[in-house]
Design a protein around this ligand. Structure first.
Ligand code: GDP
Ligand code: ZN
Length: 359
């Protein structure tokens, strides 16, 4: 091969190599620019992901996320309590839940929408309680977070029981809510003397409304007292709680019972607590009738605070319980008629029920 031929051959070899390099570079650029084939992405919200075909890490993540979704709790408000169930109101939706543990109407709760179960009762702002009628060591919460407790009593049929009013007012004082004494069935009043047992409550400054669900007397006053508040109606059965609700708003159509004839004892007409919205923004909880009202967690000091009319009396002993002590100003005031005998007797009964010596 001549020198000239060798030169030409090298030239073509070099050119060939250059062409190859160029072609390779082009191909790799084309490959790099190609859209990547879609990669299977893990989406925990997809329920059709077959766990058998997922890496273990993803299976664990998927299970964790679905468990978290299941336990996502929502805040709600307990609006009806029945045996074993509780209706909660959350974002305008009423949902029936199972309950575990003590829950009361008016409670703010955390519930699981998936499990339909109340998981936690949030701290209460106010709490109206009594003792369990069958076990005085157990608390029964009548209503939670209410602004106003209306103790509904009737003048007659069933007859007025001042002792029960006292128990309610002491419990309301303890609850943190405001009290209101509502005397219904005033249409049954036959003489001014019928009002006599109510006089001490007004004198002590308790708000008292006398009304009649039957005639409508005093209903506007009651309506105004409830406006914009979360209230609870509590009292003996048959006093007219349901009738009052219907008088306050006839569209509510609350089922009313009738007082059983013969013994004048109210029949239980309401079996579980229920909640009603009035047009003036009041929300009223109606509770089942209560015959016996045991005081829960009430101390002697709470009772003495409630009998405020005793404070003006001078006793020989500064720690006088006004039961058996000599030189007791309270007993003297009762004898003179300055303190109501019924109130004093009620005080003694309540002290006795707390197990106080000398009561
Ligand atoms: P609740 O158990 O407290 O809910 O009592 P109800 O509302 O069911 O009433 C018991 C009975 O008392 C019913 O027969 C009512 O018609 C009657 N009642 C309710 N309010 C009045 C009232 O203002 N006057 C009279 N005379 N009877 C009433
Ligand atoms: Zn005394």
């Amino acid at each position: 091969m001549s020198r000239e031929e060798r030169k030409l051959r090298k030239h073509f070899e070099e050119r060939g190599k250059r062409e190859m390099r160029k072609a390779n570079k082009h191909m790799s650029q084309v490959r790099a620019g190609e859209p990547k084939p879609p990669r299977e992405r893990f989406d925990s919200r997809r329920i059709d992901v077959d766990e058998d075909h997922l890496p273990e890490r993803m299976v664990v993540q998927k299970r964790k996320e679905s468990a978290r979704a299941e336990t996502a709790l929502r805040e709600a408000w307990a609006v009806e309590i029945g045996p074993g169930f509780c209706d909660v109101l959350s974002a305008g939706e009423r949902i029936r839940c199972r309950t575990t543990g003590e829950i009361a109407i008016g409670d703010k709760v955390l519930f699981s929408p998936e499990r339909r179960r109340v998981e936690e009762v949030l701290p209460r702002r106010t709490v109206l309680s009594r003792t369990d009628p069958h076990n005085t060591r157990v608390e029964r919460v009548i209503a939670a977070n209410v602004d106003l407790v209306v103790n509904v009593v009737s003048l007659k049929s069933p007859p007025l029981r001042p002792g029960l009013i006292d128990r309610y007012l002491i419990a309301i004082g303890k609850s943190g809510a405001e009290p209101l004494l509502c005397i219904n069935k005033m249409d049954l009043m036959t003489s001014e003397e019928d009002r006599e047992p109510l006089r001490p409550y007004r004198a002590l400054g308790f708000p008292v409304i006398a009304c009649s669900a039957a005639t409508g007397d005093g209903i506007e006053l009651l309506k105004a007292a409830l406006a914009g508040k979360l209230c609870v109606f509590a009292g003996h059965s048959g006093v007219g709680k349901s009738s009052l609700l219907n008088a306050l708003d006839p569209t509510l159509q609350v089922k009313e019972g009738s007082v059983s004839s013969g013994n004048d004892k109210g029949r239980h007409t309401t079996t579980s607590s229920a909640l009603y919205h009035l047009p003036n923004g009041a929300v009223v909880i109606d509770t089942p009738g209560i015959r016996e009202f045991g005081l829960w967690d009430v101390s002697v000091a709470d009772v003495r605070r409630y009998y405020a009319e005793f404070e003006a009396c001078r006793c020989a002993f500064s720690d006088c319980m006004h039961t058996h002590e000599p030189g007791c100003g309270v007993k003297a005031a009762v004898e003179f008629g300055a303190i109501s005998e019924a109130r004093y007797q009620g005080y003694l009964r309540i002290l006795a029920s707390l197990g106080t010596p000398g009561g």
